[in-house]
Ligand binder design. Structure first.
Ligand code: ATP
Ligand code: MG
Length: 449
């Protein structure tokens, strides 16, 4: 309310143009060199010494101002990619849409981008798709231009290592104080230029605990469909940022609320809408456990969450194929392939991950029926992931609880204990045991009478 009033009062320009620039001297902000990676400081200094302008920008400045630890540091400079490459031996030029320099320091990469301008039809270097989407965006510009082409005001704050000031051209400091995420310029135009900004809005608001300013939030549901213009490969990368950064649960809920789930995981959404009560506890448990692992710095594979999201759609498809006459096994295999192919139209899943998803799924029927061969499953490369998957299923489906806890005990048991456990199963299912004996005796030559 108050913000809207302030906006009205100051007539905040709807189209990106530099608001009155603010320069905060060192004593008026909290960005201290101690909080910035040594490597980022090295890159800034070398660029300065070579006569270029260079600033820390983006998440690095934003997170420090919010009192958080940045996960990486981005630099904006007046140097062109080739000029950056000449200054740093450990530099790689990457990117098609944007050409960026990656400067490598062991495990840390500092991303250095040349100042860019937004562009109009008169400018031949920025190319636009008919939906308004930017296909190439390599128009170089000044520092102010660079600020205006960024996504959110709080992402367009620049820290200078030369005079230790923070510069703001878009009202980012004010928005930071109000803890809100506001797109620079006209929201609809900016989402059309790059629909991924809708995902970034949801992701950053969730991760940083910010509200999305109403004018920035309102067009998302209406424009969500534009996401189909984004390449399925880019969405695979974006889905990691959404799901593997420790806020998967809240992000999933927010994506659904803003109608973005439809554009990313349509089959999952449909399955949820069909049977929320049965499916949501399973998905929610997986999202929460992924967040817990991320926060404990435990390894996480996106394959696991994808296996969870697509499990019900795969089962439904299997059921359908079975009803159409396919054997149980055939239906299972076909359903796995078809479900993954369908999802890949939206988010392309690289083969090494789809293989893991298939493994997790294929092991479920075998885990559901422990038997005298259960030892062998322990050796399977994806046993652990498949077991974790079963445990989550059991959290949402009581009928699996006994089996899941059997596997928990089985892994912890000594070899004798394990033998006793499988023997107990054999006793409980004597038919299987009898068949086993029958087969063995069939192999023996008959005794002469
Ligand atoms: P994170 O903490 O996730 O790294 P970030 O804001 O730093 O958040 P990056 O992907 O590292 O995200 O991007 C660095 C900066 O580049 C952003 O802060 C923003 O200024 C700019 N940027 C990134 N993506 C876009 C985009 N799609 N459109 C406009 N500007 C963008
Ligand atoms: Mg960043």
């Amino acid at each position: 309310m108050i913000n809207r009033f302030i906006n009205k009062l100051f007539k905040r320009a709807p189209v990106a143009s530099a608001a009155a620039a603010v320069t905060l001297p060192r004593e008026q902000h909290t960005v201290s060199r101690k909080l910035i990676s040594v490597n980022a400081l090295k890159v800034l200094s070398r660029l300065h010494r070579a006569g270029f302008e260079a600033y820390l920008v983006g998440g690095g400045v934003r997170d420090i101002l919010l009192g958080l630890h940045p996960k990486d540091f981005d630099i904006a400079t007046s140097a062109k990619p080739e000029e950056i490459k000449q200054l740093f031996r450990n530099c790689r030029i990457i990117g098609r849409r944007f050409r960026l320099a990656h400067i490598m320091f062991g495990r840390e990469t500092i991303e250095v981008a040349t100042f860019r301008a937004s562009h109009d039809d008169a400018n031949p270097h920025g190319q636009q798709h008919e939906s308004g989407m930017l296909v190439r965006d390599n128009v170089y510009g000044s520092l102010e231009d660079d600020a205006l082409r960024r996504d959110f005001t709080i992402n367009a704050l620049y820290y200078s290592n030369a005079d230790f000031t923070v510069r703001d051209f878009t009202g980012g400091l004010e928005d930071l104080a109000a803890r809100q995420l506001r797109l620079i310029g006209d929201p609809e135009t900016r989402y059309r230029e790059d629909p991924v900004r809708m995902l970034r809005a949801v992701r950053l608001a969730t991760k940083l605990g910010l509200t999305i300013e109403p004018g920035t939030a309102a067009p998302i549901a209406k424009l969500a469909d534009l996401m189909k213009n984004v390449s399925a490969a880019r969405l695979w990368d974006e889905s990691h940022k959404l799901l593997l950064a420790g806020h998967a649960f809240d992000t999933f809920v927010a994506l659904r609320q803003h109608r973005l789930l439809q554009a990313l995981f349509p089959a999952t959404l449909q399955a949820l809408e069909q049977n929320e009560a049965a499916l949501w506890p399973f998905i929610a448990a997986a999202l929460n456990s992924t967040d817990q692992r991320a926060r404990q710095d435990k390894p996480i594979t996106p394959a696991f969450l994808y296996a969870v999201f697509l499990w019900q759609p795969m089962r439904d498809r299997q059921q359908q194929l079975h009803e159409q006459g396919a054997s149980h096994n055939d239906a299972y295999h076909k359903a796995m392939g078809q479900t993954l192919a369908e999802q890949s139209k939206f988010i392309s899943i690289p083969k090494r991950f789809s293989l893991v998803i298939r493994d997790i799924w294929s092991l479920q029927p075998r885990l559901e029926q422990p038997n005298h061969k259960s030892f062998r499953l322990l050796e399977h490369a994806k046993f652990r992931a498949a077991y974790d998957f079963l445990v989550l299923r059991a959290e949402a489906d009581e009928s699996l609880a006994t089996t899941a806890s059997w596997w928990t005990r089985f892994q912890e048991a000594s070899p004798e204990g394990q033998r006793a456990m499988t023997q107990a199963i054999a006793k409980k299912h004597p038919r299987r045991r009898r068949n086993f004996k029958k087969r063995r005796s069939a192999q023996k030559p008959a005794k002469p009478s």
